[in-house]
Structure formats: structure tokens, C-alpha cells
Design a protein around this ligand. Sequence first.
Ligand code: ATP
Length: 141
Amino acid sequence: MKLNQFVIIGLGRFGSSVGKELMQLGHEVLGIDSNEERVDDMSNILTHAVVADATEEDVLRSLGVRNFDCGVVAIGDDIQNSILTAILLKDLGVKQVVAKALSELHGRVLEKIGVDRVIYPERDMGIRVAHQLVSPNLLDY
Ligand code: ATP
């Protein structure tokens, strides 16, 4: 399997879970969060974890995010920060940008600005659970 470099912005439950799993799979992960406590919690788990505001273009540039294969925008609640971060990652040239959306409208905006894949964690997990409930032998839908 090819080793990839991922940058994850937002180290809440979703972002930290994605980051941990990517590390388990042997990839390199840079985590960014404006909350120092969240960064501290992940500093021994990820390849690098830094405190930074991802809506500042110069900050993203100085962290070299354009060299990453994939950027994951794991900011949900603050829609403005999610959209600004996603557009900056696209403009800086990150090859694949994935972002989580909390609502249909939020997702539509992310798609319009060119996000390659929009994820709806609650909706997708609900669909998965429903399939598992009716087909208990289906371990991974
Ligand atoms: P989750 O549902 O994944 O637990 P959450 O409810 O903790 O997430 P969200 O609002 O989705 O919170 O944000 C996830 C993380 O994104 C938070 O840790 C927050 O500090 C971080 N974050 C928000 N805005 C920025 C930003 N501009 N730059 C960097 N990190 C940010």
C-alpha cells in the first residue's frame, strides 16, 4: 500500500478518530487545531500536531499543506471556518480535499467550492446501522 500524507484540520471526535486510524494504517498525519488542549491530546499519537488557525492562509502555507496528498476538514459546528479552510486547501493545491458537513446545505456549499468528497458522519452512520440491523451477518457495510 502506498504511504500517504494527510493533513487533518479539527481534532474533535471525528478528526481525531480519522487521524488515529490513518496512523494505525501506517500513514503520516499532521493534525491542526486552534484548541491547544486538543492538540496536546493528539501530540503523541499523530506524526505532528500543531496549534494554528486554519483560516489563515499564511499559516497553512508555512505548514506546507500543499505538499499533502489529502486534506480532511473535520470542522463541523463552525460552518464559516469549515468553508474558509476547505477553500484555502483547494486553492493551495491539496490534491484531494475531504470535508465533513453537518447539514445538507453545508454540504452543498462545500461541493460548490470544489471539495472532492463531502462526508455526513451522522447520516452515514445511521444508514450503516440500519443496514446492520436488518442484515446482522453484514459486518461492514
Ligand atoms: P466532533 O463532533 O468531531 O467532536 P466538535 O463538536 O468537537 O467535533 P467542531 O465544531 O466540529 O467540534 O470542531 C472540531 C474541531 O475543529 C475543534 O476542536 C475546533 O477547535 C477545531 N477548529 C474550529 N475552527 C478551527 C480553525 N479555524 N482552525 C483550526 N481548528 C479549528
